[in-house]
Ligand binder design. Structure first.
Ligand SMILES: Nc1nc2c(c(CN[C@H]3C=C[C@H](O)[C@@H]3O)cn2[C@@H]2O[C@H](COP(=O)(O)O)[C@@H](O)[C@H]2O)c(=O)[nH]1
Length: 350
């Protein structure tokens, strides 16, 4: 049964990924690479440390599972976009507890530094009226490169804070409660009430919804609460991979994705993509579909196991865990993957 559209007339992420892949002219799935990544992850699952608990192992992520934690996750999701810089050597950097953090982690470090300094950056009554002067202090960089798109960050943050104040009694926990343990219901509420999450493009005459920040919000709530309490979703496996600019790099590196020569040439010249440009949508959409295929391949391997004894419980693998593994691996192998160019697009969606 086709799941109903999260947004009127817009293909949901899984269908969007399939449709884009079927029509793509410059980005292709390579089955050999899909099977290779599936094999790597299958082995990881057997070690027993490939599960929902991975999220909280990151030192900058909140370690509680309460309302404060989900309000932290919400702010990180509102601002989780566009950290790349022109020169790989010069990045937006935040020093926190004697450690330098860059990119997405610099955002998290800045949030934690702000909380330590008394800025209530995760409290909607504060950030719904946060000033540009406060934003500059909170997200100040410890390198020469400032955080990109600070004005847009202030705009989307105040917009989201006002909605929480007006409609959800000043806490994201109330949005979660209204979703009644359904990931798809939470996705629908976020897309309906928080416009900056409406990550939709037009491709080959259809509207496609990739919803990267809305889906990573649900995935991070699930991870933050280890699938319990506020993070318990009975349909979490319907969430797809989060279509950013790092997963494609990892998929190309492992041979699961291939770019046409002309696209690869553009990427190597640091071409600046416009949001919704055909090539940009193909990179994001085919990457999303590749992760669906990886998940299907792993599920088939698990199902083929005869020994009931070591069969992991249901939900042992989903697109969220596959995504996080690839994203963390791209970070850990940044040097090895540096020759695979990521696509540059300045925008608020990823
Ligand atoms: N697909 C996907 N995209 C993700 C993440 C995360 C962080 N998640 C952490 C939390 C739990 C996980 O285990 C991760 O450790 C950030 N991003 C995106 O990456 C880009 C920034 O990259 P860089 O320039 O290198 O910092 C930017 O578009 C940002 O939106 C993810 O998990 N998946």
């Amino acid at each position: 049964m086709q799941p109903s559209a999260l947004m009127e007339g817009v293909l949901n992420p899984r269908e969007a990924g399939r449709f884009i892949t079927e029509n793509s002219k410059d980005v292709f799935i390579e089955d050999g690479g899909i099977q290779k990544v599936a094999g790597m992850l299958y082995k990881k699952i057997k070690t027993g440390d490939f599960n929902v608990k991975m999220w909280r192992k990151h030192e900058l992520n909140p370690q509680s599972m309460d309302e404060d934690a989900v309000n932290w996750v919400f702010v990180s999701a509102v601002l989780n976009f566009s950290f790349w810089s022109e020169k790989a050597s010069d990045k937006f950097t935040v020093k926190y507890k004697e450690k330098d953090h860059t990119g997405y982690w610099a955002l998290c470090a800045a949030m934690n530094r702000a909380l330590d300094e008394g800025f209530k950056i995760t409290t909607p009554s504060f950030y719904s009226t946060v000033s540009m002067e406060q934003m500059k202090k909170i997200f100040r960089s410890d390198s020469d490169i400032e955080i990109p798109l600070l004005e847009e960050r202030q705009r989307v943050l105040t917009e989201a804070g006002l909605v929480l104040m007006k409609k959800y009694q000043g806490s994201f926990a109330n949005v979660i409660k209204q979703a009644d343990k359904s990931a798809q219901s939470l996705l629908r509420l976020v897309l309906q009430d928080f416009p900056s999450f409406q990550d939709v493009a037009e491709y080959n005459g259809k509207k496609v919804g990739l919803y990267k920040r809305a889906q990573i919000l649900v995935g991070d709530i699930w991870g933050c609460c280890e699938g319990q309490g506020l993070g318990q979703f009975n349909d979490i496996d319907t969430i797809t991979m989060f279509a950013d600019y790092r997963i494609p790099q990892a998929l190309v590196y492992f041979g699961a994705l291939r770019y046409s020569d002309s696209l690869m040439e553009k990427l190597k010249q640091s071409y600046l993509f416009k949001s919704e440009e055909k090539l940009e949508v193909e990179i994001r959409g085919v990457s999303l579909w590749a992760c669906e295929l990886i998940r299907d391949s792993i599920s088939a391997k698990l199902a083929a196991e005869t020994d009931e004894g070591d069969k992991p419980e249901d939900g042992a693998v989903n697109a969220i865990l596959i995504d996080h593994y690839l994203w963390d691996t791209r970070r850990d192998m940044a040097d090895e993957m540096e020759h695979i160019p990521f696509h540059r697009c300045r925008g608020i969606y990823y």
